[in-house]
Design a protein around this ligand. Structure first.
Ligand code: HEM
Length: 159
């Protein structure tokens, strides 16, 4: 049978796990939003082709570059948080690390397109960006699933 003190201990462990997952959810949801906005900034600069609108195009590309940095920063924070507070959730730790690496690759490819005029990489940049969006949406949904710790599982078996 579960003693009252062990029940209290587990309910406080479970409350802090929920709080930790909530922070992770917030960070990864914001990263997902940043990636969606990347599509918006891209749509805004892609409408300007001619030399007359060069300045507008360049300023939206700058916003797009900054948005990429924000998305990467959020993914890095989510990864650090998962390693620090949700270490037993390997799915979240690995998922957040994968998101970070993917975003860095997407941003690097974007830089090659803009700076080295490698337009041939646009068909790689955009699908990869969509894959990062799928991972960024999957992570907060996955974080909502509570996986009992070993101690909780053992306790449940005993009762
Ligand atoms: C569906 C979403 C996206 C679309 C349609 C898109 C499209 C593009 C295009 C067409 C360019 C080349 C711009 C040019 O003509 O020079 C570009 C550049 C770039 N993209 Fe994206 N992109 C998307 C998502 C992302 C994401 C998620 C990131 C962040 C990781 C990102 C980071 C960059 C960067 C850093 C550049 C180079 C900007 C610069 O060097 O000033 N993009 N993007």
């Amino acid at each position: 049978m579960t003693s009252p003190s062990s029940a209290r201990e587990h309910s406080s462990m479970s409350a802090s796990d929920s709080r930790h997952r909530l922070v992770f959810t917030a960070l990864t949801s914001l990263a997902a939003l940043a990636v969606v906005l990347q599509g918006l900034w891209a749509g805004l600069f892609l409408q300007y082709h001619d030399a007359a609108h060069r300045a507008q195009r360049e300023s939206w590309i700058d916003v797009h570059a900054l948005g990429g940095e924000v998305a990467i920063a959020l993914a890095v924070l989510a990864t650090i948080w998962a390693i620090w507070r949700l270490r037993s959730r390997r799915d979240l730790v690995i998922g957040a690390a994968v998101l970070t690496v993917l975003l860095i690759i997407v941003a690097y490819i974007g830089g090659l397109i803009t700076d080295d005029e490698k337009d041939v990489l646009i068909p790689l940049h955009i699908p990869l960006a969509l894959i990062t969006l799928s991972v960024a949406v999957w992570l907060p949904l996955r974080a909502a699933v509570h996986q009992p710790s070993l101690a909780e599982s053992k306790d449940r078996v005993r009762t």
